[in-house]
Design a protein. Sequence first.
Length: 150
Amino acid sequence: MIVSALIIDDDPQVRNMLSSILEDEGYSVEAVDNGREAIKTCERLPFDVALVDINLPDVKGTELLRKMKELQPKMVKIIITGQPSIENAVKALNEKSDGFISKPFDPQELLAMIKKLIVEKQNDYLQMLKEVEGAQKNNPFVKYQNPNSW
């Protein structure tokens, strides 16, 4: 399975470095330099993971998380920052970031975080599907809609 990644960072060196790291691991990568382009890209393509710089020229990365969650709720979203602080970490968590990593970062640590978060998100989604299926089987209304399965 090819994992798709969206990189959102206004620094071209960071974008290129992250793209190289992920492409070397077999990821399909799109990279943009601002929040507006990130939204447009999310509207036309699905992604498994997004790496979001916290300080973008047109929007705070933490604000961008909310819109991205609306567009692609199953996507793993990781905030990347050069200014780590408790305030930034709390904002990221409040906006439903799945991860938070500080620049400079160890590429292997980042890759491990991405893999772990993708597996967790997939497991959560599969668990939710099982619960929905179980609820449908035990729901009298569903049985009534399909009386042949009683």
